[in-house]
Ligand binder design. Structure first.
Ligand code: ZN
Ligand code: ZN
Length: 343
């Protein structure tokens, strides 16, 4: 089969023939329709996240159809449309897995990292970690939901500030105004969830990126400007999507006392030293790591319920290095997606 292969870090992907995968116990074999390109792929290609196997097929926002089920796999029927996200496996037995935090499992395995991913004509997935998708979905439009959407959603859930009131709600001022630092694939999806929940979104883009600013405003942001600017209103929470450590003290300065700053990326440049007073006032600074299957279910249901739309730029598998470079340069409004098998 044809696949885009990372032979070693800091080199372009090579589109070439490799032997096709076979579904093992509990696995399904998929014919890939589309696979989203994520910033994590850039970090792996650049060696900031050293790939655990080489050569490696990246891609962890996979939409495909089941063509074969391995021994013991009974969750999907042939021809069924499924999605494969970043979390490709977890041990199920450690204290994290048992406590509902399989995203923190030491033995977790990730699609397009430990397991060959979706920048290929075929891939395999553990059926327990694959997500059923609507049969009629458009693969290229759906792919970005599987990481930008899902992990963005987990970051979004962590922006709830206040104290549990004992009846499932929260007390305190709550989260009305959310800042998004970086307005790419994830932010363009999560703004739809925030607006649905009646929140205001403040979008921070690279200084001078008027296209990014206009895109955010067109998506419904209450305010959009450079990350060196400050809106007139204090924020309740912020999500930092861009992998830029300098944004951490900026975001802490923009949020109110008791507010939350969530770093949504898997990798970030070093955070510069900053005065303690930026954190003082019970502000919380935290990261988000990976996703759980519960996040997948919740978010995919929500995306369907509120008809989340994605803005995509589509590339063929042969054009994958161009997709990677466009994403790196911030030339994409929304999400970059590779379509495979002529879909
Ligand atoms: Zn991703
Ligand atoms: Zn575990």
């Amino acid at each position: 089969m044809k696949a885009a292969v990372l032979e070693r870090p800091a080199t372009p992907l090579v589109v070439r023939e490799i032997s096709g995968p076979r579904p093992g116990h509990g696995e399904v074999l998929l014919k890939v329709d589309a696979c989203g390109v994520c910033r994590t792929d850039l970090h792996i290609i650049d060696g900031e996240l050293p790939p655990p196997k080489q050569p490696l097929v990246l891609g962890h926002q996979v939409v495909g159809r089941v063509v074969e089920s391995g021994a013991g796999a009974r969750g999907f029927r042939d021809g069924q449309r499924v999605g494969v996200p970043w979390l490709g496996g977890a041990c199920g037995e450690c204290r994290y897995c048992r406590g509902g935090y399989e995203n923190l499992c030491d033995q977790a395995r990730y699609t397009g990292f430990h397991i060959d991913g979706g920048f290929a004509e075929m891939c395999v997935a553990d059926e327990r970690f694959a997500v059923a998708l609507p049969q009629e979905c458009t693969p290229a439009k759906t792919a970005p939901l599987l990481c930008a959407g899902l992990i963005g959603y987990r970051a979004y859930k962590l922006t709830r500030c206040g104290e549990p009131d004992g009846s499932g709600g929260m007390t305190g001022p709550g989260t009305k105004r959310i800042g998004f630092y970086g307005f790419g694939s994830s932010a363009s999806i999560l703004i739809q969830v925030a607006l649905h929940n009646g929140q205001e979104v403040y979008a921070f883009v690279r200084p001078g990126d008027t296209q990014g600013r206009d895109f955010a405003l067109a998506m419904g942001a209450a305010w959009a400007g450079g990350s060196d600017e400050r809106p007139a209103r204090e924020l309740d929470a912020a999500i930092i999507f861009a992998p830029v450590g300098e944004l951490v003290p900026e975001a802490l300065t923009a949020v109110r006392r008791g507010g939350v700053v969530v770093c949504a990326g898997i990798h970030m440049s070093d955070i510069p030293a900053f005065p303690y007073e930026k954190l003082w006032g019970e502000r919380t600074l935290r990261s988000v790591s990976n996703l759980t299957r519960r996040d997948s279910q919740e978010f995919m249901n929500l995306a369907r319920e509120i008809s989340v739309k994605t803005e995509v730029t589509v590339y063929s598998l042969d054009e994958i290095n161009r997709a990677v470079e466009d994403l790196r340069k911030g030339h994409i409004a929304g999400s970059a997606v590779v379509t495979v098998n002529g879909s």
